[in-house]
Design a protein around this ligand. Structure first.
Ligand code: ZN
Length: 357
């Protein structure tokens, strides 16, 4: 069934086909991974001009025929990301990111958050200082982006205990094939060695906005690492990018252990992202009230959205909801959603024993 559709897309890779055509590996907002052919793109008078260069963020009209490759019939630039192409170090970081997208997102399947992540990654790559040297594969932005992609594609890296034996003792490295940290007894030769400092860095990258990755590494000797953060402070840090004063936090001070910080931050990052997309943070007048209380066993927290559009339960469980459930489970708790027309209320119970780990 032939049809034409319009979508935003990022060009991840491009190679020649014959004399004048190019095959493009695209990540589209509408359909995720799409392969497309752009005809006549290498002619001097091409109607696409330089709009289909790698890393370009474009709006395309694509024609889907009977073949596997779609055909580009129209293209306009949204953001060329020229700085990423024009500096050698930035270019290498961009290629690491594009490669990770190609490897992790192979299906034609919509993933709006992955699309947003790759555009934010390229904006952050544009902003890397010019003329840096070093190994781009170890660049904090490249590393942070890959971790976020793992998370968005459902492979949340396990960093809290050995993925092989489950022991929470000393972890010596990261095993990419198993998607997690390993202890000395289980570490095969392909383990990427990581110091305790390295693990802290990886956790911090996973929890921070991509645009902060470079600054984060420069600040790594700060006196207030995530690991020593307190419950309300972790929430405040996550809510802050959504606008000062848009969320009200009320509850007693609680200490959170280094291991639990990860799950707690992911949990609230997901809830906040959801609110920003569909809930009360999607409109300027909306707000969120977060209240918690604790006894010696549990923390009970209520997340109440107000002032947003009329909400209804989602039709299917997305990545976000799965991540929330996973994080809540790791915190020994439960979550219940009450989808009221005036705004979502989420009620959470988290175990103090898990939170202090
Ligand atoms: Zn082990």
């Amino acid at each position: 069934m032939a049809r034409s559709y319009k979508t935003e897309a990022v060009v991840l890779r491009s190679f020649r086909l014959g004399e004048a055509d190019r095959v493009l590996h695209l990540y589209t907002r509408a359909l995720g991974r799409v392969g497309a052919v752009a005809k006549g793109v290498r002619k001097t008078k091409s109607r696409f001009g330089a709009r289909l260069e790698p890393f370009s963020h474009v709006e395309l009209v694509l024609h889907q025929g009977s073949g596997e490759l779609h055909t580009v019939t129209g293209a306009s630039l949204v953001e060329p990301h020229r700085p990423t192409r024009e500096d050698r170090y930035r270019l290498s970081v961009g290629l690491v990111g594009a490669e990770a997208m190609l490897r992790l997102f192979v299906e034609q399947e919509e993933n709006e958050r992955a699309f947003e992540a790759v555009t934010r990654f390229l904006a952050a790559a544009d902003a890397i200082p010019a003329g840096l040297r070093g190994r781009p594969a170890l660049d904090p932005l490249a590393l942070g982006f890959q971790l976020k992609l793992l998370w968005l594609s459902g492979y949340l890296p396990h960093l809290d205990a050995c993925v092989e034996c489950g022991e929470a003792g000393e972890l010596v490295g990261y095993l990419p094939s198993a998607g997690g940290a390993v202890c000395a007894a289980c570490a095969p030769s392909e383990t990427v060695a990581l110091s305790p400092e390295g693990f802290r860095g990886v956790r911090a990258l996973l929890l921070s906005p991509l645009a902060d990755a470079h600054a984060l590494v420069r600040r790594r000797h700060d006196q207030v690492p995530w690991e020593e953060a307190e419950f309300g402070e972790i929430l405040a840090r996550i809510m802050l990018p959504h606008g000062e004063g848009r969320s009200v936090l009320r509850g007693p001070a609680l200490s959170v252990g280094e291991r639990a910080t990860n799950s707690l931050a992911l949990l609230f990052y997901e809830l906040a992202t959801n609110a920003a997309k569909y809930g009360s943070l999607s409109v300027t007048q909306g707000a969120i009230e977060i209240e918690w209380d604790a006894d010696e066993k549990d923390v009970r927290l209520q997340w109440r959205e107000a002032g947003g559009p009329i909400t209804k339960p989602p039709e299917r469980q997305g990545y976000g909801a799965k991540l929330v459930n996973g994080a809540v489970q790791q915190l020994g708790g439960k979550v219940e959603y009450d989808w009221r027309p005036e705004g979502l209320i989420a009620r959470l119970r988290l175990s103090i024993a898990s939170l202090t780990q």
